[in-house]
Design a protein. Sequence first.
Length: 116
Amino acid sequence: QVQLVESGGGLVQAGGSLRLSCAASGLTFSRYDMAWFRQAPGKEREFVARIWWSGGSTYYADSVKGRFTMSRDNAKNTVYLQMNSLKPEDAAVYYCNARVPGYDYWGQGTQVTVSS
């Protein structure tokens, strides 16, 4: 049974930083690309960042490029999202995603609130 558990969300002032973590279990973690998505109230879920299985490549949404950094530790089955220079528009529930052939797995999400 695949499980993705996010942590690290919270309340931060605009301009501040947070580091999200996502611990995975039930899959061969090092074989799969991982991603972060987010969903703000009243909006659709949107892509934030993706990291390749090896950790050698990352891809970011334009809205977070240069401010967010995604990384992974395959020995710990964990991915991270370092978020710097946070803006009020970054406030959302952040979800971890594992894309395996034919299926997407999601975590329960972690809330990020940014005060202006």
